[in-house]
Design a protein around this ligand. Structure first.
Ligand code: PFF
Length: 453
């Protein structure tokens, strides 16, 4: 314990907890449906560019801020830039965390319904059209999704209250490797379905003629969302890192794990979707209507295998979502706990109850409240758009300016090289990107979206 604050126990724990935050519904639910919306391979190509050019350097920047300050994300700016407006970057992150947690928990709740459905062998003997129908009936039901959402948030709450090492680290260590193995098996199943090759083509053959500014904004937003960047989440985790952690290497590990899982998720969903004739741009329902088909068709000769795989998959998906909801909850809880001197328990309860209220409204916006819209979007879609495509990239841009321009060079050097004990060959490139490339690239995508040029 340093400064009375907790620390992560081991280096592997650090990577797994950070990867646990990054890997979640963003990879397995959001990445495939955004890829479907934006036309496939070209989107993935631009996405990879965003991860490499923006994601990794900004992740390192968040690590620098977090480990140097050893504080929650808003407090970090108060320590590193006292009396300045930089603290608003932290506060904006806290707001983003709260908003994302609210709509994210709705989808996390859906995964629980699907665990129960799988346990009761509810997918057996159905046609693709049945899966579409049952998803629509479920997600527009006023009660069921809300009950799951509340249960999910309470689960997150209790892990948060148990603290960093016991709760976050231990759970990540077991769940992450299991999820990975299962995903690989599912990729193999999916690509061997009849007619899967069209899906593989969709993922690998880019058609750049359809690329416009929206595709860039979508890919950039997805990179930030998937890597948990731009809202101080990994900055908060880094505040629990010990002095000898190699920040650059950790960022690369997390980035590679996260990207690999997203791409693999694409290789599960699209071959399966094309195989059964589901449109790739089906939107947020995509994984919930294509995956039951994968299980039933790939194991049609061995129904017990279909059963085991479907139960395991939705269970692990729920757990992957849990390691991400924990990280978002932690950002807001640590902020309220440290800045307002509330007890951790009280702070956590405030976050949980606030998210339940907003989450319920998001859930209703997909069913009974469908007709209530702002800028043509319901609350769920509006929060998704506002956070992933505006708040997170804006946060990322400000974080890169903060570390690239404002923060003392010596501090940045000391953090990235552990006071000169590590040789970081990419140091100059990282700083160059933080100073110029990241702010300009994000700025251009924003300006283009505002139709300013
Ligand atoms: N990265 C998570 C996912 O891909 O599911 C979502 C997320 C977690 C976003 C934490 C932002 C965050 F701070």
């Amino acid at each position: 314990m340093k400064n009375g604050r907790a620390n992560f126990g081991t280096k592997l724990g650090i990577i797994l907890a950070s990867a646990g935050s990054a890997v979640g519904l963003g990879n397995i639910w959001r990445f495939p449906y955004e890829t479907g919306n934006y036309g496939g391979a070209a989107f993935i190509f631009i996405y990879l560019g965003c991860v490499l050019l923006l994601g990794l350097p900004i992740m390192i920047a968040e690590f620098v801020i977090g480990r140097k300050s050893r504080a929650n994300t808003a407090g970090a700016y108060q320590i590193l830039a006292p009396g300045t407006h930089w603290r608003w970057v932290g506060r904006m992150g806290v707001l983003a965390g709260f908003l994302i947690l609210s709509f994210y928990s709705v989808v996390a709740g859906w995964t629980l319904e699907y665990v129960i459905e799988a346990l009761g062998n509810g997918f057996a003997g159905k046609t693709p059209a049945d899966y579409v129908q049952s998803f629509q009936t479920f997600s527009s039901n006023p009660w069921k999704p809300i009950i799951w959402l509340v249960l999910f948030l309470l689960g997150t709450h209790f892990i948060i209250v148990r603290g960093v090492e016991k709760g976050i680290e231990k759970s990540s260590k077991v769940m992450m490797p299991m999820l990975f193995v299962l995903i690989i098996v599912l990729v193999i199943c999916s690509v061997s379905l009849p007619g899967a090759s069209k899906g593989i083509e969709f993922l690998l053959k880019p058609d750049f003629s359809k690329v416009n500014g929206d595709v860039f904004l979508g890919a950039m937003g997805q990179a930030f969302f998937s890597l948990s960047l731009g809202m101080g989440c990994l900055c908060t985790y880094a505040s629990y890192f010990s002095k000898d952690v190699n920040l650059t290497r950790t960022a690369f590990s997390v980035g590679i794990i996260d990207t690999f899982i997203a791409i693999l998720a694409g290789f599960i969903i699209f071959p399966a979707a094309f195989s059964v004739g589901i449109q790739p741009d089906a939107g947020p329902s995509l994984i919930f209507i294509t995956l039951p088909n994968v299980f039933q068709q790939a194991f049609s000769g061995a129904p017990w295998l279909a059963y085991i795989f479907s139960v395991l998959f939705y269970l692990l998906l729920a757990l992957a979502a849990l390691t991400s909801t924990i990280s978002m909850h932690e950002v807001v809880t640590a902020y309220l706990h440290e800045e307002f001197k509330l007890s951790r328990r009280k702070a956590a309860w405030m976050v949980t109850s606030g998210c339940i209220i907003l989450g319920v409204l998001c859930s209703l916006s997909l069913g009974v409240g469908k007709h209530i819209t702002l800028f043509g979007l319901g609350l769920f879609d509006l929060l998704d758009f506002f956070t992933a495509k505006i708040l997170l990239p804006l946060g990322g841009m400000l974080i890169s300016v903060f570390v690239g321009w404002y923060l003392d060079k010596q501090i940045v050097w000391n953090q990235i090289t552990n006071k000169g004990t590590l040789k970081v060959h990419t140091y100059k490139i990282i700083i160059f990107i933080l100073k110029f490339i990241a702010p300009i690239a994000i700025g251009l995508v924003f300006l283009n979206e505002l139709k300013l040029f």
